[in-house]
Design a binder for this molecule. Structure first.
Ligand code: UD1
Ligand code: CA
Length: 453
């Protein structure tokens, strides 16, 4: 059998006024990923040959993102309703079947879309409406049936009291044959309370014309639409809950699973322990047997096995190798690579640092644009002066097994050889050879009986 073409059309031109936000609704992040990107990612797994996105309000911000994600955007100049939005997607050029969705349903499940597409095909339908039963159907359009058969979709704002009592609602997701769209879309009219051209009216038209129509029930997740900030926060919470459940089932331990934020892109190995208040974001990978103490924030970072991240540490765009210990209150900025069994202690800030195996910076230190060799000890209060008056950054290279006394400043660019010793309180401006002692501080002078009191 010839494979029919499947095109997905996402309607995303609306105002999203109820968000009360300057950002277009579909760009609001749900667990770190813009709503519209989540939907596009889901649709990509449904076998659509083409994805069209209808944009309008905030198009200058939305278009670059959706284009980058490989979709084609169409502009709906005036927001005259969902039917009008589909018209804007060059509907005359549609062929085969069309999956229509809204840009504000970020929890849509791939398996349910695939199942609906399958059922639509098996039933030889021309229109499938994805529905859901809700205790509180609120603003959703109601599925009106006659003798059990689909008859129409009626918007809550246009519904009678009896219709409003219906618990079966329209998710706003449909599969419609391009033929049916081309036949009925031009006939849609704005004859309702909102004065909008409703896409939902295509249902009664199709039924009256005797087209084969079906209703496919889906989960509350797929039906979940975001129209305000409360719903946005619920959608994020839902993604995090799904992720935490998956991690609990795979052997990750949580002291309080309700009190963490973990994005679905993150991985955590079995046997790791996560304390309350931990944030794990983006491309973060956490190994096995790690301990993440309260209030750690880790984004786009790789943490190998058996690492301890102590209370209140912030790690961004870095790699922490096995058995290292970080914090409490450490700040690891992008492009750091912390060696095996290394120790980065409290109030230590690192940026673009290669930090060797077994190296230590236990307290109150800033290292930037630096390499620190294996086994080297950085004393308390050490600073690399990497930013010069010419507004350029310079490197500090410290070899292996170096002993850096407390309160040392390295004025970059500067190189310190292996096994060197730096006297406490030094301001190092020149290279130090291997095995040497460098002291660069004022000598102590004693004036007896100076304070006559
Ligand atoms: C719509 C459905 C309703 C369904 C609900 C599910 C209609 C008439 N109603 O209502 O039956 O229960 O979705 O969430 O279709 N949009 C445009 N251009 C427009 C208007 C809307 O692109 O001119 C887009 C919006 O950006 C949004 C989607 O279409 O992504 C749905 O629009 P919205 O106004 O949120 O419709 P609902 O009132 O939620
Ligand atoms: Ca909506």
């Amino acid at each position: 059998m010839e494979k029919r073409r499947l095109t997905a059309v996402i309607l995303a031109a609306g105002h999203g006024k109820r968000m009360k936000s300057p950002l277009p609704k579909v760009l609001h992040p749900v667990a770190g990923i813009p709503m519209i990107a989540r939907i596009i990612n889901v649709i990509k797994k449904c076998g659509a040959q083409e994805i069209r996105v209808v944009v309008g309000v905030g198009k200058d911000l939305i278009q670059p993102l959706v284009t980058q994600l490989g979709t084609i955007s169409f502009e709906q100049k005036e927001q005259l309703g969902t039917g009008h939005a589909l018209m804007a997607a060059d509907y005359e050029t549609l062929e085969g079947d069309v999956l229509v969705l809204s840009g504000d349903h970020p929890l849509v499940r791939v398996s349910e879309l695939l199942n609906a597409i399958e059922e639509y095909k098996n039933e030889g339908a021309e229109l499938a409406v994805l529905s859901c039963n809700m205790k509180n159907p609120g603003e959703f359009g109601r599925i009106v049936r006659q003798k059990g058969q689909l008859k129409a979709i009626v918007e809550a704002k246009d519904a009678s009291k009896e219709t409003l009592a219906i618990k079966e609602v329209n998710t706003g997701i449909y599969i419609i044959s391009a033929k049916l769209i081309n036949k009925f879309l031009p006939e849609l009219r704005a004859s309702n309370k909102q004065n909008e051209i409703y896409l939902t009216d295509i249902v009664s038209m199709a039924v009256e014309a005797g087209a084969r129509t079906i209703v496919v029930p889906v989960s509350l997740d797929t039906a979940f639409g975001v129209n305000d900030q409360t719903q946005l926060s619920k959608a994020t919470r839902r993604i995090v809950q799904r992720k935490v459940k998956e991690l609990l089932e795979s052997g990750v331990m949580f002291i309080n699973p309700e009190m963490v934020y973990i994005e679905d892109s993150v991985t955590v190995g079995a046997g790791s322990v996560i304390y309350p208040g931990v944030f794990l974001k983006g491309k973060t990978k956490i190994g096995s047997y790690c301990v993440l103490e309260p209030n750690c924030f880790i984004m786009d970072s790789e943490v190998e096995d058996s690492v301890q991240i102590k209370l209140g540490s912030y790690i961004d765009g870095s790699k922490i190798k096995t058995r290292a210990a970080i914090g409490p209150y450490a700040h690891i900025r992008p492009e750091c690579d912390i060696g095996e069994n290394a120790k980065v202690g409290n109030f230590v800030e690192l940026k673009k640092v290669q930090f060797g195996d077994n190296a230590k910076a236990s307290h109150l230190t800033y290292l930037g644009d630096a390499t620190i060799g294996d086994e080297t000890n950085i004393g308390c209060g050490t600073i690399t002066c990497n930013y010069a008056v010419d507004k350029k950054k310079y490197k500090t290279e410290i070899g292996k097994n170096v002993f850096v006394g407390s309160d040392t400043q390295f004025v970059a660019p500067v190189k310190i050889g292996d096994n060197a010793v730096i006297g406490s309180g030094s301001t190092i401006t020149k290279d130090v050879p291997a095995n040497a002692l460098a002291v660069a501080r004022g000598r102590q002078i004693i004036k007896e009986d100076y304070n006559k009191g």
